[in-house]
Design a protein around this ligand. Structure first.
Ligand code: BMA
Length: 848
């Protein structure tokens, strides 16, 4: 019995201590009891939040999946309705011991009225902001009802739009309403040239009730003032909301470092207080991007207490890395540079543009982030651009970038449109920018802030002033509003809250229309695709930094078949033509495809060859950028991923499957690569390296026929200097082989160093459509342990062999050329949840 009394006293003491704890803690997760109804209807649907309307309607069986066939068009009505999410919760007596009780909504999409016990307590109008409200004055003891009404973004956008005396160019130019510019909601939800128009509404992120005692700490940020070999000098900043005036004691500790000057005390006024203090880390370990060094992270534990002994304290952990990142934009003999520099090292940026992985954001799993970010690392990326027509990503995205070494070029969410400049809009934007800046600034991966995507080039080059018939005053006002947002408000906020990271007002800074523009700054090269230029043009349009370029292809049939019925799985079906969102259409894919490859025979063949065509373009572009060391300091292709299953510029499709181009990108982003520069009769062999020191290599060149016979062999030894154009040798095709053998022979070129092959390229003398490929047979063995391994051998060259398993997942290499009489071992990683099926098929350019 005594034991129970002790236990009771012990537990009581524990909870008493717990209850006195200063700072904030969660009182209610608000996960349960949610119902959704259309305003004006009595029908209630059960909801698990986060949830947005489309996902709920689908789960209830009231609509088909929004990506199913042409469902996009059937569900347009949803955007014009208003929707109410309701729940209830019970308070407990201990809640009222807290100085403050807050409702904290991390993401409301978009026009939300929060009603507690029939009283409206908050109105929200920005999906990118956290909305908080002091609940205490409105709470009842016991049961409380909570209702969040989402008004149609279209109706609300129209109200805002009517306030302007002129029409603004918006990104949803195809719709009747054209309201996207007025609504602080993910621009791509209004439709894009790679995604559907699905205007979601709802609670898209967590929502909870927090309580705090004595004080609440927010916005801890750490600025890096100086790093040298002896120490890193840092400055921590935070906001403290105090219930009453008094002292607060702050300490910072880290298990990775012996932090100097780690304790400080302040006097707080009642209300909000901004405070900061300096501290230092001796012998700092630096954070490096992927391929340049380790991604060392420090966990900094910040403790806050109202007592000097700090027995009862509130602690928050910040994970950060120490690095100095710069963007060097300076005039030089060519024009103006756009060169990233980390820890005093210039480096070549390799990566892609990222769009949201889903339209229905509440449906997106953490595993997708883990998979995609690992794909980036494994494909030798060191940078990703979070593009401005999507969303500010969830914390997990940036945490993964930190731990995997992927630098982030972060756009603010504005794209391809002009924006209003009224006070309410500017205030809303300022709050959004400040919140995102503070949230992301501790991530060592953050490399650049960028105001918007293509707003400046659009205004200056897309003919809007004429198209909209603006008079002089209107034109001046519209561009002045641009300047206020992107050249005044945003840089000012970034300068205060993230002074360590550079800001540019837009991307690109230079437009592709004129050749001299390639001498300056960042570039989106759309001559290929929008300008309908030949692929080869990319070889002579070399910018200082290539921030976008790309070519469309189709996702695999497996990916399409998950959402498209078999009758519609045909290029000419209405469903497939609705999926093509680019005004250029599939004709442009066909045109370029037929330039290089034999005409397609069916839809499967078209998908396969569309992917090879895209891969060919990426190969040409990346090779060019990498060996233009004096001119070009980075390449980010358009676009890495998809938000739904459809044709697009992506190299990884909606289901996570790599297209042919992604395998090629991985190969071309390797640290040391061979780059053949091929003209009609001449092949120059170059090597590019972005390693940090020179390397001795031996290059072995073999001329072979398709059955594997070596007709000629040569080798070159050299030392490769990083970031220089390392020329090796020129070969003249007519000296190597007679003209009639151009379609039956190829060069195999291998770079050897330290007894291993760093790169191997097969160089053909003719376009694929002119090669005399033979029917192929292969033998294979599959072993399935932790990883699945395929061992493959053929007696003739198999050109662009696509290995296909009847399950989702990716190979370690695919769409590659299989040489005769060589054994290839290729790994396969199934997607989570896939059960292993062993039937292997191979599709290739060879005739059957
Ligand atoms: C780029 C992007 C997107 C678009 C892509 C392809 O410039 O910024 O706006 O999807 O072009 O057209």
């Amino acid at each position: 019995m005594n034991r129970f009394i002790y236990l009771f006293v012990f537990v009581h003491l524990l909870t008493a201590c717990h209850n006195d704890k200063p700072g904030s803690q969660s009182l209610h997760g608000l996960e349960q009891n949610w119902k959704l109804s259309r305003l004006g209807s009595n029908e209630k649907m059960k909801v698990e939040i986060p949830a947005t309307v489309h996902t709920v309607l689908y789960k209830e069986g009231l609509i088909n999946h929004p990506y199913q066939d042409d469902e996009e068009q059937n569900i347009e009505w949803i955007e014009n309705e208003d929707w109410a999410f309701t729940t209830w919760f019970k308070t407990s007596d201990r809640w009222f011991d807290y100085d403050r009780i807050e409702l904290n909504c991390k993401g409301l999409d978009t026009y939300a009225k929060i009603i507690l016990n029939d009283e409206e307590i908050l109105e929200a109008n920005n999906m990118f902001r956290t909305w908080s409200i002091d609940l205490k004055p409105h709470l009842k003891s016991g049961r409380n009802s909570l209702k969040i009404v989402f008004n149609s973004a279209i109706s609300e956008g129209n109200i805002e739009k009517q306030k302007l005396a002129y029409t603004l160019p918006t990104s949803d130019a195809d719709s009747i309403d054209q309201v996207a510019s007025f609504v602080r909601k993910a621009p791509y939800h209004f439709g894009w040239d790679w995604g559907p128009r699905i205007i979601t509404a709802g609670i898209w992120k967590d929502i909870e009730i927090l309580g705090w005692k004595k004080f609440k700490v927010e916005n801890i940020s750490v600025d890096i003032k100086e790093i040298n070999a002896d120490q890193a000098q840092l400055s921590a900043r935070f906001d403290i909301d105090a219930a009453i005036e008094g002292k607060v004691y702050v300490r910072v500790d880290s298990k990775e470092a012996d932090i100097q000057e780690n304790f400080v005390a302040y006097f707080l006024e009642a209300g909000s207080n901004e405070r900061s203090f300096d501290f230092s880390i001796p012998k700092p370990k630096l954070w490096w991007p992927n391929g340049m060094g380790d991604q060392f992270l420090y966990s900094l534990n910040f403790s806050f207490s109202s007592e000097p002994d700090m027995k009862s304290k509130y602690t928050e952990q910040i994970k950060t890395g120490l690095r100095k990142i710069k963007l060097i934009q300076q005039n030089d003999s060519i024009g103006k540079t756009f060169q990233f520099n980390i820890n005093n090292n210039n480096f070549f940026a390799k990566g892609a543009n990222y769009i949201p992985q889903e339209v229905l954001l509440d449906d997106l799993k953490d595993a997708s982030y883990e998979r995609l970010l690992l794909d980036m690392k494994n494909s030798n990326f060191n940078m990703v651009r979070v593009w401005g027509g999507g969303i500010y990503e969830r914390d997990l995205f940036y945490d993964l970038c930190d731990s995997l070494g992927i630098l982030v070029w972060q756009d603010f969410m504005f794209a391809c449109a002009m924006y209003p400049g009224d006070e309410d809009f500017l205030d809303n934007v300022s709050a959004e920018v400040k919140e995102q800046c503070i949230r992301l600034q501790n991530h060592p991966s953050l490399a650049l802030w960028c105001g918007n995507n293509e707003v400046d080039v659009a205004w200056k080059n897309w003919g809007w002033p004429d198209q909209f018939g603006y008079n002089y005053a209107q034109q001046s006002k519209i561009y002045r509003d641009y300047e206020v947002i992107f050249k005044e408000i945003i840089p000012e906020i970034v300068g205060v809250h993230d002074p360590d990271v550079a800001y540019v007002h837009t991307s690109p800074l230079s437009n592709w229309g004129k050749s001299e523009n390639f001498d300056h700054s960042s570039m989106h090269y759309w001559g290929v695709w929008h300008g309908e230029q030949p692929f080869e043009n990319v070889k002579s349009r070399i910018p200082r930094f290539m921030a976008e370029y790309g070519f469309q292809s189709f996702p695999s049939k497996q990916t399409l078949a998950e959402y498209i019925s078999s009758a519609n799985l045909d290029l000419s079906s209405e469903t497939m033509s609705n999926r093509q969102k680019s005004y250029k259409g599939n004709g442009l894919i066909v045109k370029h495809l037929e330039e290089y490859f034999p005409k397609t025979t069916d839809f499967n063949d078209f998908i396969y060859k569309s992917q090879l065509t895209q891969a060919k373009y990426m190969d040409m572009a990346i090779n060019t950028h990498r060996v233009s060391n004096k001119r070009c300091s980075g390449t980010l292709f358009w676009q890495l991923n998809d938000c739904w299953p459809g044709p697009s510029w992506s190299t990884i499709d909606y289901s996570g499957k790599w297209k042919a181009a992604q395998y090629r990108v991985k190969d071309r982003y390797a640290p040391v690569i061979l780059v053949p520069k091929q003209t009609r009769n001449k092949i120059d062999l170059l090597v590019d390296s972005d390693e940090r020191s020179p390397r001795d290599i031996k290059v072995i060149i073999k001329l072979k026929d398709f059955s594997g016979t070596v007709l000629f062999q040569d080798s070159v030894e050299s030392t490769v200097i990083p970031d220089q154009d390392n020329y090796l040798k020129s070969l003249f095709i007519n000296q190597l082989i007679p003209a009639q053998r151009k379609g039956t022979t190829y060069l195999q070129v291998q770079i050897w160093s330290d007894d291993r092959i760093l790169d191997e390229e097969l160089i053909f003398f003719n376009k694929e459509k002119y090669l005399a490929l033979e029917p192929f047979e292969y033998t294979h063995a599959i072993t399935s342990g932790d990883t699945i391994l395929v061992e493959l051998r053929s007696s003739t060259l198999i050109k662009n062999a696509e290995l296909i398993f009847p399950m989702n997942g990716n190979f370690t290499n695919n769409f590659m050329d299989i040489e005769a009489d060589s054994t290839y071992t290729i790994g396969f990683v199934p997607k989570e949840g896939e059960s292993f099926k062993t039937e292997l098929r191979i599709k290739a350019l060879n005739p059957n």
